[in-house]
Design a protein around this ligand. Structure first.
Ligand code: SF4
Length: 364
């Protein structure tokens, strides 16, 4: 299969590993931003094959993990109290809110549905004009175009009973928040290839400039990740800080202009709370004035409440690269995928779930 099997080729993987071992002379800490990259690194056993002095830490690029408790509580409120239909991607259902998860609300009778696209939710709204249909619009820049498009389409079709509960987050401000933290340990980043497919590469130049940190836009297959790590290490060993694009077969400098226009039509950039990390200025999307009628917060007069996190969960320090899942005293004991204390144990992109499913055997 073109562009897939060749990026999983064991011979090529070993060539990159050999080169990495020859190139690395000092300890470096590199953060892969995206949870999909984390899962690929752990699932393919790459962390164990790297030079011992390279520490990979796992960033906040798991949308389910960074959705704050207050927004999950809002979704549960809408599912239970407005007599409507709350639609969501499947991962969100099992994430614990303050008192329960959406799955528990569903078990108690709330109409919560798992969909694969927000456009399905618009169709659902057309089929049930007597009910309010809300799509829980969670994600990074990657899911924002489809969520925005659903709103544009609902407006075009005159669908009055559709709205979105937006919880969108943006990668570059999160990188800046991590780099600005006095405890920062990150020497280089692997940026998320799919985010850059939408947004392009321009917005990362200021981060490289300001913090003198190498950023390599990287894909998700084993060869992608090893090539991305090697490109970052080569820069670090030479004392350079540049933006490089390992994922050039997909990512173009300008990104997907149509997707960006759709985002710009519906959303505006605003401050956003990140679960476990706190408020990051101008790090999320909210529905703008032109499409205010499709904003569930305005339609149902919701006022986001700040809610204290579960103190037993160290997800925030993991997502800042300061700790790893195995450092959590609850990992695999009080916190498992069946009974999660925190979102990273639930999500298919969460670092704790990756370690639970793929790294425990190696560690024991
Ligand atoms: S193992 Fe569970 S409690 Fe610990 S950091 Fe991960 S999600 Fe939170």
């Amino acid at each position: 299969m073109k562009y897939l099997t060749e990026y999983r080729n064991a011979g090529v993987v070993h060539e990159y590993l050999d080169e990495l071992h020859r190139t690395t002379t000092r300890p470096w800490t590199i953060m892969e931003i995206c949870g999909g990259q984390t899962h690929s690194l752990v699932k393919n056993g790459i962390l164990d094959l790297l030079p011992k002095v390279i520490t990979m830490v796992h960033g906040p690029g798991c949308p389910v993990c960074v959705t704050p408790l207050g927004i999950i509580n809002e979704a549960i409120y809408l599912a239970e109290n407005e007599g409507g239909i709350l639609c969501s991607f499947g991962d969100m259902l099992r994430v614990p809110g303050s008192k329960k998860s959406l799955l528990e609300a569903k078990a108690k009778g709330a109409d919560v549905r798992i969909l694969y696209s927000p456009l399905e939710a618009v169709k659902l709204a057309q089929e049930h004009p007597e009910r309010q249909v809300v799509f829980f619009a969670v994600g990074f820049e990657t899911t924002a175009p489809a969520n925005a498009l659903s709103v544009v389409q609902a407006k075009l079709l005159g669908v009055k009973n559709y709205s979105i509960l937006a919880s969108h987050v943006l990668v570059p401000p999160a990188m800046e928040a991590i780099l600005s933290d006095p405890e920062n340990v990150i020497d280089a980043f692997l940026a998320a290839g799919h985010v850059c497919t939408i947004m392009g590469t321009e917005e990362y130049f200021p981060v490289v400039e300001k913090y003198q940190v190498p950023i390599v836009i990287t894909g998700f297959e084993p060869v992608d990740l090893l090539q991305g790590i090697l490109m970052a290490v080569r820069q670090l060993e030479k004392g350079e800080a540049k933006l490089e694009n390992q994922y050039a077969r997909v990512v173009q400098r300008e990104g997907n202009l149509l997707a960006q226009q759709t985002i710009g039509k519906v959303f505006e950039v605003a401050d956003r709370d990140w679960r476990g990390i706190g408020t990051i200025p101008m790090s999320g999307y909210e529905v703008n004035e032109s499409y205010a009628e499709f904003d569930a917060r305005r339609r149902f007069n919701l006022h986001l409440q700040a809610v204290a996190e579960n103190k037993e969960c160290i997800a925030g320090t993991i997502m800042k690269g300061l700790q790893k899942p195995f450092d959590c005293p609850n990992f695999g004991t009080k916190c498992t995928p069946e009974h999660p204390l925190g979102a990273p144990m639930v999500s298919s992109e969460g670092a704790c779930a990756a370690y639970f499913h793929f790294a425990r055997a190696a560690a024991t």
